[in-house]
Design a protein around this ligand. Structure first.
Ligand code: AMP
Length: 311
């Protein structure tokens, strides 16, 4: 496997943020974050990625270089007047639950991207966590994409459910964490919740379960992807976005959606996310090599494979 082989291009629209995060193991202030940030760097290991997002005048120039170093096309990362979107969050000992302490939308309030012709024609598209009205506006500009996926969060389920459901009905794959899937559908069983989400239109639903892995529900199949059992987790921020980045990057690289590709892509997502949580912000992702990902993929396979029942 070589990175950037024959992959289809991938477009991501989401947030690029300045985060302040506190976990039981330390804290990081004013560091690079955002749904599209984690996603684009994670997916850049597998294919060419275009990033569409907005930052403010306070956004440090060196972060642009970080994207460029990963080959992420930042032509669609606009600098607007005002301040960058800011998110402040904390985690307790249950690292699966993020508590939002503060959200300052800042330049996101006015953000209304007009895609270029090239962006509109990108075959693989990921609508990362951002206001669902904006996701809809992007969806309406796309020209016959091959595969579109969408992520969201509790804030939008609670404040913008109607446009969110509409957007979910226009994509091929919905990616949510377990709490979001339950909140959205009012169902506690995740398989039933996923089936309910599929009824909106998306044929594939992936439910992330933090340190317990992820469930993929497609056609008649339920696939359970384990998480890599890590001893040291420092910061779970971006785990979901780097999971989605690894998964979508791999799918775009393979170029077509099959059951095998989806199962492999979910394990790739698990591998990338497991690295991401080993350091604050993008500290670990930016030190990662393609071979590191392949090695962890193989390790996940090794620790989960077992023989037939012995009679
Ligand atoms: P994750 O941990 O993968 O769910 O995503 C964490 C990232 O989501 C952080 O870096 C935040 O900047 C970003 N984020 C937090 N709240 C929002 C929001 N309301 N809309 C979009 N992105 C957000």
């Amino acid at each position: 496997m070589t990175p950037h082989a024959t992959g289809k291009q991938l477009l991501v629209v989401g947030t690029v943020a300045i985060d302040s995060v506190e976990t039981p193991f330390g804290k990081a202030e004013d560091v690079l974050g955002g749904s599209a940030t984690y996603f684009s760097v994670a997916s850049s290991f597998f294919t060419k990625v275009r990033l569409v997002a907005v930052v403010g005048e306070d956004f440090p120039e060196q972060h642009f270089d970080l994207f460029k170093k990963h080959g992420v096309n930042v032509a669609g990362l606009v600098k607007a007047r005002g301040k960058t979107f800011r998110w402040k969050g904390s985690y307790g000992y249950d690292l699966n639950v993020a508590n939002t302490l503060e959200t300052k939308l800042n330049v996101l309030v006015q953000f209304d991207p007009t895609l270029t012709e090239e962006e509109k024609l990108t075959p693989f598209v990921f609508l990362a966590n951002i206001d669902p009205d904006l996701q809809l506006r992007v969806l309406n500009q796309l020209r016959q994409p091959a595969f579109v996926a969408l992520d969201s969060m509790n804030l939008w389920i609670e404040t913008k459910k109607e446009p969110l459901l509409k957007a979910m009905g226009m994509v091929d794959m919905v990616v949510l964490n377990e709490a979001e899937a339950r909140e959205l559908t009012g169902m506690s069983n995740l398989i039933k919740a996923a089936k309910e989400i599929r009824r909106l239109g998306a044929s594939i639903v992936v439910i992330k379960q933090g340190e317990y892995g992820a469930l993929g529900i497609f056609e008649d199949e339920v696939f359970s992807a384990p998480a890599y059992p890590l001893e040291d987790v420092f910061d779970p921020t971006g785990a979901g976005d780097s999971f989605a980045g690894g998964m979508m990057g791999y799918l775009a690289r393979q170029g077509k959606i099959t059951g095998d590709n989806l199962r492999q892509a979910m394990i790739v997502g698990s591998a990338v996310a497991s690295y991401n949580v080993e350091a604050f912000s993008l500290g670990r992702l930016t030190q990662l090599s393609f071979n590191d990902i392949v090695n962890r993929y193989n390790e996940i396979k090794r620790i989960t494979v077992f023989d037939d029942f012995a009679h």
